[in-house]
Design a protein around this ligand. Structure first.
Ligand code: CTP
Length: 415
């Protein structure tokens, strides 16, 4: 694939060298077009060496090749990172003062902007209006990540991690991505998605806990798919066997009570909450401060359990009480039994929990825990037909995220 990588004049330009490497190592031909300001942060020599192609930002270099027309025309994909407030404004108003802005006006393929700037610049009405304009024209503008900015302050405005930009770019171009493939690019652009994953651990004493077999693989795949779909992802990780994907805002939790606190906080201003974590329904009533010892001649201790709060149900109740426009997704592992089949049990659970979508795992067919494959049925609380998805956890995640995007647009359209 032929990629044009536009680099804006921001400190995050140094991170884009890693993004360039991801593109070239995946076999793509990349032409880098830094703005004049970008070359003050990272020099032309770096871009030429890493891309293996000559680099210019002038419409007056190699005039006979008509680069200001040709590059945009020939590119299968244009990625701009970091997209500064200035570049977003220029692109939104169709300015053509240099080679990069000319190329953007000549784009024939998909265009992706990965913004990075100070929080106040990002939140300024002018920048937000420019982002809206670009999105309304079909351009994908990723949400910036939150965290430490250049100075001592922090907030939204950080460049998403190169891996996250790479995954989003590959998904946008319909190319294979080692991170995730299949979820529709941009379906969650501008949306904040909270995802819980992994299994909670309920302490018995300082060394022991009650846990479960959840690996967190499905939750991690969901986070990667949501990033690819353009969302800002808050990832609440209980115990996991895999690393969360790069580019998420990560919160680590241990127990159901810790997850509850983190979920209520993260969900407060999220557009979507996906509870993929395996939450313990019970916890030991008492946690010993010291290790519980066996004593010769005494009976084994009895562990008394108490109920944990149902976090999913609480999120739904709060959303309903506040009249919030938030899509809430639950997961359920079900088997058929004498009382009903998987779908009957799942439909009853969807009603009981009151969530908008319920992703139902068929358990007992050698899948789910710790496996790389999965098979689910997605049930809607809003009357849509059930939908099946099967395959790798990345395939299933892509199907779930596509469905989340469609349901969100239908039930709570953006104003
Ligand atoms: N969940 C939760 N808080 C809990 C337990 C579960 O938020 N204390 C969430 C899970 O993250 C999942 C969904 O609820 O999204 C379904 O969990 P499950 O344990 O299957 O639900 P239960 O109602 O406990 O099911 P059952 O009646 O079959 O035990």
């Amino acid at each position: 694939m032929r990629i044009v990588l536009g680099v804006g004049g921001g400190i995050a330009a140094y991170k884009v060298a890693s993004l360039l490497r991801l593109f070239t190592e995946a076999g793509h031909k990349v032409t880098v077009i830094p703005t004049e300001a970008a070359t003050r942060f990272v020099g032309v020599a770096t871009w030429e060496a890493l891309s293996g192609n000559p680099v210019s930002n002038s419409v007056f270099d190699d005039v006979e090749k008509v680069n200001h027309v040709r590059l945009g025309h020939e590119a299968d994909l244009i990625v701009v990172a970091p997209a500064t407030a200035d570049l977003l404004a220029k692109a939104a108003t169709g300015q053509a003062g240099d080679l990069l802005t000319n190329t953007l006006l000549m784009a024939h393929g998909p265009v992706l902007f990965a913004p990075a700037m100070h929080t106040e610049m990002w939140q300024h009405a002018a920048t937000q209006a420019n982002v809206e304009t670009l999105r309304s024209r079909g351009v994908t503008v990723l949400e910036p990540a939150s965290g430490r900015l250049t100075g001592a302050d922090s907030g939204p405005g950080r460049l998403p991690e190169p891996e996250a930009i790479f995954a989003a770019a590959m998904a946008l171009a319909g190319a294979e991505s080692p991170v995730v493939q299949g979820s529709h690019p941009g379906v969650l652009a501008g949306r904040v998605v909270t995802i819980s994953a992994g299994g909670t651990r309920e302490a018995l004493d300082p060394v022991r806990f009650l846990g479960n077999r959840s690996s967190g693989k499905q939750g991690a795949a969901l986070a990667a798919a949501a990033l690819s779909a353009g969302a800002t992802v808050r990832f609440l990780a209980a115990h996991m066997d895999v690393e969360p994907p790069a580019g998420v805002e990560l919160v680590r939790v241990e127990s159901a009570l810790e997850l509850r606190e983190a979920a209520l906080k993260a969900a407060a201003d999220s557009d979507v909450v996906i509870m993929a974590a395996a939450v313990a329904d019970f916890r030991p009533a008492e946690v010993s401060d010291t290790k519980i010892k066996k004593v010769d001649g005494e009976d084994a201790p009895l562990v008394h359990l108490v109920r944990n709060p149902d976090i999913l149900h609480e999120l739904v109740e709060r959303r309903n009480a506040e009249g919030g426009k938030q899509l809430i997704v639950g997961f359920a592992a079900e088997t058929g039994d004498a009382q009903g089949d998987v779908l009957e049990h799942a439909t009853a659970k969807l009603k009981r929990k009151g969530c908008d979508l319920l992703v139902v795992n068929h358990v007992g067919i050698g899948r789910v825990f710790g496996q790389d494959d999965n098979s689910v049925v997605i049930l809607s609380g809003h009357g849509a037909e059930p939908e099946s998805a099967a395959g790798s956890k990345a395939d299933v995640a892509a199907a779930v995220i596509d469905r989340v995007g469609a349901e969100l647009a239908r039930v709570f359209p953006a104003v």
